[in-house]
Every structure is written in structure tokens, then in C-alpha cells.
Design a protein around this ligand. Sequence first.
Ligand code: AKB
Length: 316
Amino acid sequence: MKKILITGAMGQLGSELTTVLRDHYGANNVIGTDIRRPEEGSPLLEGPYELLDVLDGQKMAEIVKNEKVDTIIHLAALLSATAERNPKFAWDINMGGLVNALEVARENNTSFFTPSSIGAFGPSTPKKDTPQDTIQRPTTIYGVTKVSGELLCDYYFQKFGVDTRGVRFPGLIGYVTPPGGGTTDYAVDIYYDALKKGSYESYIDKGTFMDMMYMPDALNAIIQLMEADPKKLIHRNAFNISAMSFDPEMIAAEIKKHIPEFTMTYQVDPVRQGIANNWPDNIDFTAAIEEWGFKTEYDLAAMTKDMLEKLRIKLN
Ligand code: AKB
């Protein structure tokens, strides 16, 4: 039985992953941590929960030692658009937190998962069917921290034998906790506004394709990779994964099938559009399929149907 510590448990991914892992491994075996405390009644408090700033490596080490943690899932990080507004702070949080978590993993011999992102690619990366191994010269601070993180995780595996694993997540879409400060967030906001206002003003321009994935598939991917046979993993960190690639028109057209009166207008945000322009249109994820059997269940149609159903209940 695993004993897992999650950083960034209050984030978009962390809040759902904590619950899913508690169902999978037992509530007492998954310790949620974040710099904030959830509101009373939050599902995050239905198991062990600790306040933890990832820049406090000593406290992280104490929790891991005291609770005999054998797996660290390090999610705490700033997303692309927020990072671009404060690059130094983004470097401190994204890299400082990662180094602390890797050191704690090394000292305590734990397994380790941390996500990279499609943000680890840049303008000189092939834009279509972006290969697993390719040019990575991102032009955002978020991308710089993601490439550095991928390399650092490889280093901790090669140098110290820490069992590091990771994926390059595309935009994640879910209805439980809204994302904060990402470039792909429009693909979540659009569902909320479709139901609340019947319209959406997109900050991402027409014809801008990005990879995306529905949250249940993202959660499964983490469990699948963490449980994969290490002998079969050639890449270990930063596997390309995706479930779909679409532009704003395509997601709007899919929503219109359920809400015929839905309309979309554009008010392009130059910062987030600039970031999106330098990311791939669609990535190749053959290595993840071959090395650990990556698979997804939701395409754009299935995700849209489920998102609208679940959000209708949540917003009522
Ligand atoms: C973002 O938009 O910053 C994230 C990501 C793709 O890493 N969702």
C-alpha cells in the first residue's frame, strides 16, 4: 500500500487527484498539502491535510519522514499566464519547490511524479504532430521552468536513482475546481459562460489549435504512469500526452449542439495569444502508448456532454 504526499492539493488538478487517490489507495494514505487551508466541508479535509509552503523544504521533509511517505506528487506551480506577469517569482516557486521536493524524495527514497506541460515547447518546435523528442526552446518563463524541471527529474533518476516520472499535460478541462492563470483556461471558462450567460468572449483567437484533455483522463494517466513497469519506461519524465486538439470555433460549435442559442465573440488577449501561438497545434503521444499503455476515454463531443451535465448540476 502506498503512502502519498501531494503538493498543490487545492489546485485544479490537485483537488481532484487527492480525492481519486484516496478512493484508490485509502483516505488515510493520501496527505493533501497546500499553502492555503480549504474551507470547512471541502472533500480535501476528508483525509489527512497539512499546510505546506513548497519553499519550506524542512517542513516537507518532516511530513514525509513522520508519515512514512513513499510517493511524492509535486503539483504546486504557477501556470503560464500568471508566471509571465512575474517571471522571477515564477522561477522561485516552480524551480525552488521542485528542487525541494526532489531533495526530499532523494533523502527519503520515495517515488516521484511531477507534471511538465505543452508549454515546454516553443516557436522552433515542430508545430504539428510534435514529436516526443524534439527542439525545446520555449520563450515563456513557464516553459523555461518546465524544460528545466524535465531535465532535473531525469538528472535525479540518473544520478541518484530517484524513481521520477512525469507527463507533458495539455490544457486540462474539469468542472470541480477552476484553473488559475493558464493560457488554455478559455476552454474551461467557455462552459461556465455558456450556461450562465449563453455567450462567451474568447481571449484566444479563431484558428488557434491547442492540445486538451478532460480531467478524468488526466487523473487516470497519472495513476497509469505511476503504476507502470519501470523496466518499460524509456522516457520516464515528460511523456507527451493528449486527448484532443481544437480551436475556439470547434469547442463553440460543440457547445451549440447542446445550447443552440450560444454565441461567441473575440477579445484577444495579446499575452495569452502570444503564448498559445508558440505552443504546438497537436502533439504526438506514441511513446506514452508504447511505454505504459496510455489511453483516454473522452473526445471533444463526450467531454462537452459531460461538462455541461455536471456543471448544470453544480451551478443550480
Ligand atoms: C497553462 O495553460 O498554463 C496550462 C498548461 C498547458 O500547462 N494549462
